[in-house]
Design a protein around this ligand. Structure first.
Ligand code: NAI
Ligand code: AKG
Length: 476
């Protein structure tokens, strides 16, 4: 923890007397986090090479107490360590929280880190009065009302591809396991039954894999499947470059009629809800296989149950479900999904507890990537990589720029705002400024110089009083 006196040292201004320091501290809400461990990266060119400088200035937020972070769902230690190293106050929980508990808790926090289970609905976010940023330590952001968050100045970050390889590898394992009925044989052996069969068991070489959604995961899977001798076809709403000898098909129906194995890798969207229902299963080949490691809403599970009972579908692997338990040890029963017990009773079905991205490699990489994005946002205001805000970044302030202040003004994207903001900033020298918009929300970042620390409050309040304001942050 740093004191107000340490802060003035960092600002390179004349240290006030202890008495004055105390008064300044309480009137300006000086924060003691981040501490001195964050060194924003900055690169200079010299002798034809890029060299990292370590003279960047450690910014602190005005009008925020110590940064408080709520980390849910057992976020990897790499993320926890990086956030704690900043001096932030981190509350770490292994599970997600039900909505009412979350509402009661979220009010106190400036940052929340979640994975796929915690639902940050508008009802929850409405209560999150101090929240400035959300970190999704996963790929999917469907669990967050990202639009509501943006309209309230809350940035959302995720990790777009750190677990893609892990999901692709899991699916390859499932394709072989389903083709060889491995789950059933293993269960039988566990019960003490020897059942050596080849009937209905196949090699995957020469079979056709149909990938729905050829993004990070789908395309990675495509390469792996071809290495096993599979023919790959895919369907995507976007026209994409096919890897290897894979072929994009013009319709979902064409894919379903062609593939021996169908696997879903689309995001949760209104258009992908029940994308594979009764009609689509009808199109599938007799004795084909269905895999879903995307989101539980994508497959109509009662239709799958009926098709497996009828023998139309020879096997299935599901990693995701419409409703998922909040934490390990919870039950997966009809209380959660009304068909859970029917599903569990089927033959040749692999049911996994949403572990597609659960490997040491993926979780460690996600922990690093998302926590670093959160630190950059909290400490420097950079929105690079945000999924719901325009991407705005300025180079870091340096120790030579001691009396510089960084202003972040998130506002409604309406005419005339810059005139009002610049009338306020214009009392100072605006060294650099960047603004961008995304839909109805715009993000302005400006570094202004020669700001006496006692003027920050006035600057902040004047920006806050503008009618276009969504959120103002001042870092100094
Ligand atoms: N089981 C698990 O643990 C994990 C699950 N996921 C899920 O997998 C999903 C896919 O992940 P990525 O490949 O990284 O996403 P991505 O965004 O890279 O690719 C998704 C692809 O789906 C396509 N698409 C969107 N709507 C479509 C539609 N209606 N029909 C056909 N194609 C459509 C997009 O154009 C895009 O090419 C994520 O959104 C997430 O929900 C991701 C990681 C781990
Ligand atoms: O690992 C998790 O909790 C979620 C994985 C996932 O579904 C995602 O990354 O979107």
């Amino acid at each position: 923890m740093t004191s107000a006196l340490d802060v003035t040292e960092a600002l390179d201004i004349e240290p006030p007397t202890t008495e004055l320091a105390r008064r300044v501290s309480s009137s300006l809400d000086l924060s003691t986090s981040p501490n001195g461990t964050f060194h924003p990266a900055s690169w200079v060119k010299g002798g034809g090479q890029l060299t990292r400088t370590s003279t960047n200035k450690q910014l602190k937020p005005f009008a925020t107490e110590d940064i408080k972070i709520l980390l849910l769902e057992n976020v990897n230690k790499t993320g926890l360590d990086r956030l704690e190293a900043q001096g932030y106050q981190v509350t770490f929980l292994k599970t997600s929280l039900p909505e009412d508990e979350l509402i009661a808790k979220i009010r106190d926090y400036h940052v929340i880190g979640i994975r796929s289970k915690t639902k940050l609905t508008s009802r929850v976010l409405r209560e999150a009065k101090n929240l400035i940023v959300i970190g999704c330590f996963c790929i999917g952001t469907n669990q967050v009302d990202t639009q509501y968050a943006a309209e309230h100045g809350i940035a959302v970050f995720n990790s777009p591809f750190s677990n893609s390889r892990s999901v692709a590898e899991l699916v390859i394992g499932e394709i072989i396991s389903l083709a060889r009925q491995l789950g059933d044989r293993s269960n039988e052996m566990h019960r003490g039954t020897w059942n050596k069969v080849s009937n209905g068991c196949w090699e995957i070489r020469g079979k056709t894999l149909g990938i729905i959604g050829y993004g990070h995961i789908g395309s990675q899977l495509s390469v792996l499947a071809e290495a096993f001798g599979m023919t790959v076809v895919f369907y995507d709403t976007v026209n994409l470059m096919a890897l290897g000898t894979a072929k994009q098909l013009p319709s979902l129906q064409a894919l379903l009629r062609t593939a021996d194995f169908v696997t879903c890798h689309v995001p949760e969207l209104p258009e992908t809800k029940n994308m594979i229902g009764r009609k689509e299963i009808e199109y599938m080949k007799e004795g084909s296989y269905l895999i879903n490691a995307s989101r539980g809403s994508v497959i109509e599970i009662p239709a799958l149950i009926d098709a497996m009972r009828a023998g139309k579908i020879a096997g299935a692997a599901l990693d995701v479900y419409p409703a998922e338990p909040g934490g390990n040890g919870d039950y997966f029963t009809n209380d959660l999904n009304p068909w859970a017990e029917d599903l569990r009773s089927l033959k040749n079905i692999i049911l996994t507890p949403h572990i597609g991205g659960s490997t040491e490699e993926a979780q460690s990489a996600i922990g690093i990537e998302v926590s670093e994005a959160l630190v950059r946002y909290v400490n420097e205001g950079s929105t690079l990589g945000a999924v719901n805000m325009p991407e705005v970044n300025l180079r870091s302030l340096t120790m030579d720029e001691a009396n510089h202040v960084r202003v972040i003004y998130i506002h409604r994207n309406i005419p005339g705002v810059l005139r009002g903001v610049n009338a306020i900033l214009g009392d100072h020298n605006v060294d650099k400024q960047m603004t961008d918009s995304r839909g109805d929300v715009a993000y302005l970042m400006a570094d202004i110089s020669d700001v006496n620390v006692t003027l920050i409050k006035d600057l902040y309040q004047r920006l806050e009083s503008l009618s276009s304001r969504i959120m103002t942050r001042v870092l100094y």
